[in-house]
Design a protein around this ligand. Structure first.
Ligand code: G1P
Length: 302
C-alpha cells in the first residue's frame, strides 16, 4: 500500500553567532556583539527564548573565536546561584536559572573562517542531520504577542508537504532591497499573508529586485538546502550565501513560501535598530514603561 508521506516536525534551530560585530566597536572589542543587552537580557537571549517558546528542542550555535561569554551565559553559574540562594534573592535566582536549560539543549559548532551565512549554517550540517530545521539570525529580534518562529511553524504544519522551505518576510521600501534576501513571488494565498516563491536573490539593486518581500532572520528549511551548500559556491559579496542555496533548492522543486509574520522587527545589527529595540522593549515593560514614556517625551520636547 502507499504510505502517506507527512512532513517531519521541526526540532532543531541553527543560530549563527560567529560575526565580528565591527559596527559596535569598541563595545564589542572584548565581548561578543550577541551579548549586548536589549533592556535586561542579551540580544541572543531574545532569539533563544523565541525558539524555545516556539517548541524547538535543540539549539545549534555556530560560534567563533571570542564567543565563550555566550556559552557561559547559557550555563550554570554555580557561585552566583549559591550566593543568591544564601542571600534569599529568589527573584534574581529565578532570572538566572531561566538561562540554563536541560543538558543537550544547546550544541556548539565552530565556524573557523568567516565565509558567509551559508557557510555558517553548513558548519552545523552534521548536527542538523537529515531533517527540516529552523534558522534564526539573532540580530533580528521581533516584538509581538506570538513568537515569530511559532507563527512560521504553524503555517509550516498546515503546508503538510513532505519537504518545503518557509521564510519570514517583511515588505520593505524598494530602495532597501539591496540590504536583504528578496523573494520572487509566484502566487499569494487567499488571506494575503503567505505566498509561494519561484526564486530568491541576495541583496538585489532596486531596479532588478523581483519584489519588495525581504527576508529577515527567520527560516524553516528543507535539509536538501545543505546539499547545495556542500558545493561551497561563492555568491554576492564573495560569500557563501544561504540565499543561493535556497534558490537552488527551489530550482530542484522544493516548494518554498514567504510569510508575513506579525510583530515589530528590530535589526540589532545596526546601532539605530539596537537603540530602537531598547526603547521599544523598555516601553512595553510594565515596570519600566510608565516611568520611561514621560522621560522620553521630555527628551524629545527639549
Ligand atoms: C543576511 C542574509 C539576507 C537577509 C538578512 C536579514 O544578510 O544574507 O538574505 O535578508 O541577513 O537580516 P546580512 O544582514 O547578514 O548581510
Amino acid at each position: 500500500g502507499s504510505k502517506k508521506v507527512t512532513m517531519q516536525r521541526v526540532r532543531k534551530a541553527v543560530l549563527p553567532v560567529a560575526g565580528l560585530g565591527t559596527r559596535f566597536l569598541p563595545a564589542t572589542k572584548a565581548m561578543p556583539k550577541e551579548m549586548l543587552t536589549v533592556v535586561d537580557r542579551p540580544v541572543i537571549q531574545h532569539a533563544v527564548q523565541e525558539a524555545l517558546a516556539s517548541g524547538i528542542e535543540q539549539l545549534i550555535f555556530v560560534t567563533g573565536r571570542g564567543k565563550t561569554a555566550i556559552e557561559d551565559h547559557f550555563d550554570h553559574a554555580f557561585e552566583l546561584e549559591a550566593t543568591l540562594q544564601a542571600r534569599g534573592k529568589h527573584d534574581a535566582l529565578e532570572t538566572v536559572e531561566a538561562t540554563n536549560f536541560p543538558p543537550g539543549t544547546i550544541a556548539y559548532v565552530r565556524q573557523q573562517e568567516p565565509l558567509g551565512l551559508g557557510h555558517a549554517v553548513w558548519c552545523a550540517r552534521h548536527v542538523i542531520g537529515d531533517e527540516p530545521f529552523a534558522v534564526l539570525l539573532p540580530d533580528d529580534i521581533i516584538l509581538g504577542d506570538e513568537p515569530c518562529l511559532a507563527q512560521l511553524l504553524e503555517v509550516y504544519d498546515r503546508l503538510d508537504a513532505p519537504g518545503a522551505n518557509l521564510i519570514g518576510v517583511e515588505a520593505v521600501e524598494p530602495e532597501l532591497t539591496r540590504k536583504f534576501g528578496v523573494l520572487d513571488i509566484d502566487r499569494w494565498d487567499a488571506d494575503g499573508t503567505s505566498f509561494s516563491a519561484k526564486g530568491i536573490v541576495e541583496k538585489p539593486e532596486p531596479e532588478v529586485a523581483p519584489s519588495n518581500m525581504a527576508v529577515f532572520g527567520r527560516y524553516i528549511l528543507d535539509p536538501s538546502v545543505l546539499r547545495h551548500l556542500d558545493r561551497q559556491e561563492k555568491g554576492t559579496g564573495g560569500e557563501i550565501q544561504l540565499t543561493d542555496a535556497i534558490d537552488a533548492s527551489i530550482r530542484d522543486g522544493v516548494l518554498t513560501y514567504g510569510h508575513l509574520c506579525e510583530g515589530q522587527r528590530f535589526d540589532c545589527g545596526s546601532k539605530t535598530g539596537f537603540v530602537l529595540a531598547n526603547v521599544a522593549y523598555a516601553l512595553q515593560d510594565p515596570e519600566l514603561g510608565p516611568g520611561l514614556l514621560p522621560a522620553i517625551k521630555a527628551l524629545i520636547e527639549d
